[in-house]
Structure formats: C-alpha cells, structure tokens
Write a protein that binds this ligand. Structure first.
Ligand SMILES: Nc1nc2c(ncn2[C@@H]2O[C@H](COP(=O)(O)OP(=O)(O)O)[C@@H](O)[C@H]2O)c(=O)[nH]1
Ligand SMILES: [Mg+2]
Length: 325
C-alpha cells in the first residue's frame, strides 16, 4: 500500500510546463559583450571570486565563465545567502561541486558581521594566488581580486563585508601606531595589508546563460532576473510546483486554502481574497467590477519565499545522483 506521503505527491505535477518558452527575452542584451569585457579585465586580475546564490548551487552559473575564466585564474566560489538553506545540505553541495571540478567553495551570510567562512575568503585567495602561475602579472607584488556573478546574488554585500572588516582591522592597527592606508586610490579596495590584496570596486555582472527554461525560473525565483520579464504569475507557479514537490505546504494557510493545491490560478485568487487585494476592472459594457488582484498575490508569495518565510528551500535537486543538473 502506498504511504500517505506518496498519495500526496501523486496529486501534483511531476514536471513544469511553460507556454512561453521565449527565454531569451528574459535577458535583455544577452550577448557576448559582458564576457568580452570581463576577459579584458582579467588581464589585471589575479583571482576571481564568483558569488552565487546558495539556493541554486549548481544551476545558473555561467558555463562560458567557467570555461573561459576559471581555467586562467584561480577561482573561488562563494555560495551566499546560506541563511536560506539548511546547514546539513552544505556537505552534499560541496561533494556535488567537487565532481564538477570546483573545490574552493565557501558558504556565506553577508548579513552576519561575524560570518566565519567569509573571514576565510581573502586568505584563501592569497594562498591560491601565491601558488598559481600569474602569467603577465608575475612581477606584480600586489594582488587584484575580481568579484563577479549574476545579478542580486550579493556581490556588493560581499564587497562591503570585506571592506568593513579590513577598515575595522586597519583602524585597530592604527591605534597601535601602525600607519595604515585603508583605501587606495582608483577603484580598488584594500582588503589585506600583508600581502597587499585589492578588490576591484566594480563587480562584474554576468549575464546568466540558461540551459533550459527551468534553470531560468530558478534564477527568477531568486530575483536574479527581472520579475516582469518572466511574469510574476509564472514565477509564483514555478514556486508552487517546487513547494508541492518538496511537500512543503506552508503556503496553504498563508493563501487561505483548504488544503494543498497544484493550480496557481486557484491559489492566487484565494490568496488575493484572503489578503483583501482587489483591482477594479472595466467590463465591455463600461461597468466596473472588482476582481481579486492575482499579480499582487503572486508578488506576495514570491516575497515570502525570497525572505525565507516558506522555509529553507534548495531549488536544485542536490540529492539526485546526476552530476550535471
Ligand atoms: N538572506 C540574505 N540576503 C542577502 C545576503 N547577502 C545579500 N543579501 C541581499 O540580497 C540582495 C542583493 O544583494 P546585492 O549585494 O545588492 O547583490 P548584487 O546585485 O550581486 O551586488 C539585497 O537585498 C541584500 O540585502 C545574505 O547572505 N543573506
Ligand atoms: Mg551590486
């Protein structure tokens, strides 16, 4: 006899179908331009810190980037927003990434001033650089580090975190009588004194390269794409599909439902009614009617996910045996 859990899953979609597959529209200016600029910048860089969202540890990283950049300079992957995933999943993710050839991995929370793994990032960068072939830069005594990643993963937050840490350390040192110039000229931020390590102030924004629609939807859910280009209701539907498949039914009460449901229209209409969100719509005959505002309900549900109120949710199937997801 099937378990009750199995019965619940059988009620839900086992794959996600989307009518509009025009994913290229989701990425304005999706060309090789950014990558070319990045390769140019790399000539002055000794190490690359790639920031990505821990909820999509495998998906949505730029494969071009992996081939063209990571092979040339030492690479550190910082999976940020670790507060939004389960701690116990970190080991599984590390193993998975190792199989993909990525071994320098840190889990960070930029909102935590004491984040222990963030403290290790610059020392790791220095280690990697000093044991690497610096090609054209082998004569340079100073190390330049570039922070890159797709939008909204926390590049600026990471740079601020590292800058603050160094400023605090530098001012502490000054009390002890050591002269410390905390910020250099140009667009470089000093984050270590010995050896001198600089972060380039302009983080490289990568266009995500999307293998399939689902990868795009995962990034959309994590706010790496613009909501309106994908469509709030589509993003909410993908969230609903994910929640049901992970047997996470926190949305049921939140959206005023009687039980789990796989129909996004129903979920959004009921949610809008519960939250008293209506919009006035003009009918053909000119009369006005009030209708539940489903877009508002979708925005609400997406925000609940993004802020972690639906639980700690990883969007990649990290427990599946497949190496490439
Ligand atoms: N929960 C959580 N949110 C974060 C973390 N780091 C950054 N954020 C938030 O993520 C959003 C994007 O951060 P930002 O640094 O601007 O990303 P960037 O576009 O890559 O530079 C902001 O709302 C930050 O407050 C983190 O470690 N945990
Ligand atoms: Mg930024």
């Amino acid at each position: 006899m099937a378990s009750p859990a199995a019965n619940i899953t059988q009620k839900f979609r086992q794959s996600f179908k989307i009518v509009n597959k025009d994913v290229l529209r989701w990425f304005p200016g999706h060309m090789g331009k950014g990558m070319r600029k990045m390769q140019q910048l790399l000539k002055t860089v000794d190490c690359v810190i790639e920031v990505h969202d821990a909820r999509v540890p495998i998906t949505g990283r730029n494969p071009d980037f992996q081939h063209k950049i990571c092979g040339v300079r030492p690479h550190i992957l910082v999976l940020n927003k670790k507060d939004l995933i389960e701690r116990k999943d970190q080991g599984t993710i590390r193993e998975k990434l190792k199989k993909l050839g990525i071994s320098s991995v840190f889990f960070s929370n930029c909102k935590d001033q004491q984040c222990p793994e963030l403290k290790k990032v610059i020392p790791e960068a220095t280690d990697l650089i000093s044991s690497s072939n610096r090609y054209n830069r082998s004569e340079e005594r100073e190390y330049n580090v570039l922070v890159i990643g797709v939008p909204n993963v926390g590049k600026s937050s990471l740079i601020n975190w590292l800058r603050n840490r160094h400023l605090k350390k530098a001012s502490a040192a000054r009390v002890g009588g050591v002269a410390g110039v905390t910020r250099s000229v140009q667009n470089r931020i000093k984050v270590s004194e010995e050896p001198k390590v600089y972060l380039l102030d302009t983080p490289g924004v990568l266009q995500p390269t999307i293998k399939n629609v689902e990868a795009g939807l995962k990034l959309a859910l994590c706010a790496c794409l613009q909501d309106h280009l994908v469509g709030e209701e589509v993003i909410a539907d993908y969230l609903l599909y994910t929640l049901n498949n992970q047997q996470n039914f926190r949305y049921v009460d939140l959206m005023g439902l009687d039980g789990p449901c796989d129909d996004i229209s129903m979920v959004l209409v009921k949610g809008a009614i519960k939250m008293n969100k209506f919009q006035t719509v003009k009918q053909f005959d000119g009369s006005l009617v009030k209708k539940p505002n489903v877009t508002s309900a979708a925005v609400f549900l997406i925000r609940e996910f993004r802020e972690g109120r639906l639980g700690k949710i990883i969007l990649d199937p990290i427990h599946s045996d497949a190496v490439e997801l």
